[in-house]
Write a protein that binds this ligand. Structure first.
Ligand code: UDX
Length: 456
């Protein structure tokens, strides 16, 4: 099917490449000329494992353009995958969504077009998008009955595993008030729903994985599923982090507690990894938007608010523990291992590392940071901060009064800690992700403090 994707960010590009790989004719539209030029050369603007390889395999079905007409003229399905970043009041900024809807109204011409909201949008936006498309369509054509309808198809991709999350999804959720739109999308996703596509060698199909649930609903339910799913995942993390603080006080080990409750099949062991808590472009934005929607209806959403409050506290706790250990932060040199909000991505949005670094800088400390992948992005996006960015993990230890592990990159476990310890002014590591081995640290003569474990 002829498919257009508006927006080539994490969601848009991943969706476009995967659909092209499934055999659809996909045209990705963006406003950023440099990004489109690179994409035409097969260079992805984001670090997402295997995306470049899948782009190559799908290249004959994949086009990139700056021209809306080129992308939309023949499209049967149009995905809106533009950013909806948070405004200061917690509401999402819908500027990009509005301009996408306007250009869709101007350019679509197929007899029946399904316009799919892939961006995370406030509940009830589907109708709003439809009215913008209709106004913009009618403003430029006599109403020639170009039928279109707006559907919601929320994404559940995790950065760093976006392609496997899409190709081997737990479920595809589609919301629309017109059954015909649901049929079109079922057809579009069929190879994925029935797992009939050839699994890429670098993204093998999980053992015994045969089919993907296709859940259809009305528009509002699909939009709410997205918010509720993210809020629950964020809550699960904040819950184990709340327990981790108590666990430190009572001398328990949160890794055991997490494993003990996670073995209950009703709870499940995922998203129970205690630590600094969540960052990224979604959990913060979606919980804020859910609370803001609740407020519109006079609902306080206390549990979602609590998830946010606990998460904010986790970052402060890293600084509190450091202050209790070092007493004075002014003039101290603190190293930070890991800048991206999680491993296997270069995304720095709402990265705990930045907030922690800012709190340390405010207290007069010197901050030195390293990340295996996001250094270029950090230089661009954090250039105006006083964070010193170094070219390797070991440089973070030189003359440091403490080192904080903020992102659990696997390569941080293979650092030569004995050699690094010799360069530290004060042999202290604060592990914000329960990532480092205490025996290894003891052997290197390093005092290790792990969030969620009592300090010995
Ligand atoms: C999330 C949702 O998982 C995904 O379904 C949605 O579509 C987009 O938002 P993402 O933000 O990319 O995906 O990453 P995720 O793996 O969910 O991690 C989010 C944050 O939670 C990260 O900062 C991670 O470090 C943290 N996290 C995750 C924990 O602190 N503990 C955990 O157990 C899991």
């Amino acid at each position: 099917m002829k498919t257009a994707i508006i927006g080539t960010g994490y969601v848009g590009l991943t969706t476009g490449v995967a659909l092209a790989y499934l055999g659809h004719e996909v045209t990705c539209l963006d406003v950023d000329a440099a990004k489109v030029e690179n994409l035409k050369k097969g260079i992805s603007p984001i670090y997402e494992p295997h995306l470049d390889e899948l782009m190559k395999l799908a290249s004959r079905n994949l086009k990139f353009t700056l021209d809306a007409g080129d992308a939309l003229r023949d499209a049967e399905v149009v995905f809106i995958a533009v950013g909806t970043p948070s405004l200061p009041d917690g509401n999402p900024d819908l500027t990009f969504l509005k301009s996408a809807a306007q250009s869709i109204g101007e350019k679509i011409a197929s007899p029946y077009v399904v316009i799919v909201n892939k961006s995370t949008v406030p509940i009830g936006s589907g109708n709003w998008v439809e009215s913008i498309v209709r106004d913009s369509y009618r403003a430029r054509h006599a109403y020639q009955g170009s039928g279109f309808v707006v559907a919601s198809n929320p994404e559940f991709l995790r950065e760093g595993s976006a392609l496997s999350d899409m190709l081997y999804a737990d479920r595809v959720v589609v919301g629309a008030d017109d059954p015909k739109a649901l049929d079109v999308l079922r057809k579009l996703y069929q190879p994925l729903l029935e797992q009939t596509f050839e699994a890429p060698a670098f993204l093998p199909r999980p053992e015994g994985f045969r089919a993907v649930h296709f859940l259809t609903s009305d528009l509002q339910s699909a939009e709410l599923i997205k918010y509720a799913a993210n809020a629950f995942l964020a809550l699960k993390i904040s819950f184990i982090n709340e327990i981790s603080e108590l666990s430190e006080k009572v001398g328990a080990d949160i890794q055991h507690v997490s494993r003990g409750i996670g073995l209950d099949s009703r709870i499940g062991n995922r998203f129970l990894q205690a630590g600094i808590g969540w960052g990224g472009s979604c959990f913060g934005k979606d919980t804020a938007a859910l609370i803001s929607t609740g407020k519109e209806y006079g609902l306080p959403m206390p549990i979602t608010q609590a998830a946010r409050d606990v998460n904010t506290r986790q970052r402060a706790r890293m600084v509190e523990i450091l202050m209790s250990e070092l007493k004075i932060l002014k003039g101290r040199k603190i190293g930070i291992l890991g800048l991206s909000f999680k491993p296997f991505t270069d995304d720095l949005r709402d990265a705990p590392a930045l907030e922690i670094a800012k709190r340390l800088l405010e207290r007069g400390a010197k901050v030195v940071g390293f990340d295996p992948v996001s250094m270029d992005r950090a230089r661009k996006e954090w250039g105006e901060t006083a964070i010193e960015l170094v070219s390797n993990a070991e440089a973070v230890f030189s003359e440091s009064d403490a080192v904080l592990l903020v992102t659990e990159w696997p390569q941080f476990r293979t650092i030569d800690f004995a050699k690094c310890a010799a360069q530290m002014k004060n042999k202290l590591i604060l592990d914000g992700r329960g990532h480092l081995d205490s025996t290894q640290m003891n052997q290197a003569g390093i005092r290790l403090i792990t969030l969620g474990r009592a300090t010995r």
